[in-house]
Ligand binder design. Sequence first.
Ligand SMILES: [Ca+2]
Length: 170
Amino acid sequence: MRKNNVRAPSSFLCLLCLAVWLATPIGCTGRPGPEDNSGHDTSRSGAVTAPFDVAITDAVNYEGGDATDWKKFEIAQAGQVTVDIYWDTETVLGEVSLHDQYGATITSATHDRSGQHDQITANLPADGLYYIRIRTTGGRSTYSIRLYLGPPRESGQMQEDPRPEFDRPI
Ligand SMILES: [Ca+2]
């Protein structure tokens, strides 16, 4: 009987320890998880509208907890769409992909680390809503992205656009 009385509290303590251990976030090392600071655009439902023919600037930062940005656009009729992306940091492990309204991947490109520019293009089968996902699986970079109707144009044009936003820290 006495033995049981002693054992009961220690079992309780073990359970308490287990509960505390399970409740402790895995990322308690002080470093954020890849999406901890990603904001609404970490998922398709929070995608930001990307205009046509205008370069927009944003950034992804894997170690900083903002690994993914979703953009969205609509087309009025089926046709070819091209996306140019320029990474400020060539060494980033970047990816850019095009998705249909349900999130299925239409085409994608893994960043070519020998340069800054990647490009994807696709013939979209119907009018409606489409998505672009920009992601890093390592490193960080500011990037500029521009989408336009039609086949790929000469690369390098976008580099001439003024991009004062690049001064902000990422
Ligand atoms: Ca984000």
